[in-house]
Every structure is written in C-alpha cells, then in structure tokens.
Design a protein around this ligand. Structure first.
Ligand code: GAR
Length: 197
C-alpha cells in the first residue's frame, strides 16, 4: 500500500522539494502534508504550488512548553494520517514524548557525517577541525539528538578555500540525492543503509 509522508520544515524547504518531487511514478510513497513551525517558512509556498496540503504550528506562542507544541503538531498531523514523518530542516528539538509516538517512522537529515558534529554549525566545525571530507546523514529519529540508526550517508570533499557557505552548498547538493534515495528504500520497508560518494 502506498505510504503517506508528512514533511516537517522550518525554512526554504529544498530537501522537502527534493523529497516531494521524488514521490512520483512507482515510488512507494506520496506526500500528504508539509508542516512548518513558522508561516515564514519559504517551503510552504513551494509545497502549495505542488498541490501538497500545508499547515503551520508556530512554536512561539507555546513559549517553553514543548509538550503543548508537540501536542499541536500531532493535532495538525492527524488529519493527514501520515505513515512516515520526514524532518527536513526542521529546527526544533523534539522531546522523547513526541519521538516515541513516531519511533521507527520518523527520519531526519543532518548536515554532517554522524556521529561527527551533532547539533548546529556543522560546516564551520568540519572546517575548523581540518577535515578532508564532510557530508550528510539520514537517520531514524530516536530521543537522543542527531542519533539513531543511520540509513544513509553522502560524502563531499573539503576543498582549499572552502567557507562554511561553500561547503554547505556542496553538502546540500548531496542531501538532495541522499534523502530521496533513503526515503524510497525506507518506504518500501528496507532499512539497509545507502552510502553515496
Ligand atoms: C539542510 O542543510 C538540513 O540538513 C539542515 O538544514 C538545512 C535545511 O535546508 N538541517 C539541520 O541542520 C537539522 N539539524 P532546506 O530547508 O533547504 O531543506
């Protein structure tokens, strides 16, 4: 049966676009909702222009009440009845309470070769460390931040003169290859990891 995929975003949504545009033809999944935590997320318009339903749950009115924010996320997700959640540049930390409800059904893309550089500023940290290569990881979401079984990685070289921005752009190009490749496999029930070079 075709899987229903909800994609959670905070910003421009280029990974969301890559995922949404991949779910065509014999792909085992289709997008059912794009959910953002800000009505300023540029990806919302891109989703709408593709005919994908959108929703916004602004985290700000909830202050520090993460549980209430997450309850509102689940309320927004429920009518779309997703089988799989894809975090795609969703920049809110989720609690164990939310994650446990979706465990085994929630993926995230992170711009580093995990377990290196969990958290933020991954490109600057790879450059500061003098790494020769960098990349991105798609993993299942578990309660620990940027942890969980790795479903795919793609590497890029670090080039002389790279800045965090130039490196980020090179990684993002790989993200757009990796995430759709992993989702396609995952939606078909295959959790074996993919390694792209
Ligand atoms: C991507 O590089 C993604 O890996 C990163 O945010 C960017 C979102 O871009 N995610 C994280 O840092 C999560 N911790 P996009 O909105 O164009 O897909």
């Amino acid at each position: 049966m075709t899987k229903r995929v909800a994609i959670l975003i905070s910003g421009g949504g280029s990974n969301m676009v890559a995922l949404a545009d991949s779910m065509v033809g014999d792909h085992p999944a289709r997008p059912c909702l794009v959910l953002a935590n800000s009505d300023q997320a540029g990806g919302l318009e891109k989703a709408a222009s593709r005919g994908i339903p959108t929703a916004v749950v602004d985290h700000r009115p909830f202050g520090g009440d993460r549980a209430a924010f997450e309850a509102a996320l689940n309320t927004a997700l429920a009518p779309a009845a997703p089988d799989i959640l894809c975090l795609a540049g969703f920049m809110r930390v989720l609690t164990e309470g939310f994650i446990s409800g979706w465990q085994g059904r929630m993926l995230n893309i992170h711009p580093s070769l995990l377990p290196k550089y969990r958290g933020l500023h991954t490109h600057a940290r790879a450059l500061a460390a003098g790494d020769a290569e960098h990349g991105c990881t798609v993993h299942e979401v578990t309660p620990a931040l940027d942890d969980g079984p790795i479903l795919g990685q793609a590497k890029v070289p670090v080039l002389p003169g790279d800045t965090p921005d130039s490196l980020a752009a090179r990684v993002l190009t790989q993200e757009h290859r990796l995430y759709p490749a992993v989702l396609r496999r995952f939606a078909a029930g295959d959790r074996s990891p993919i390694f792209l070079t």
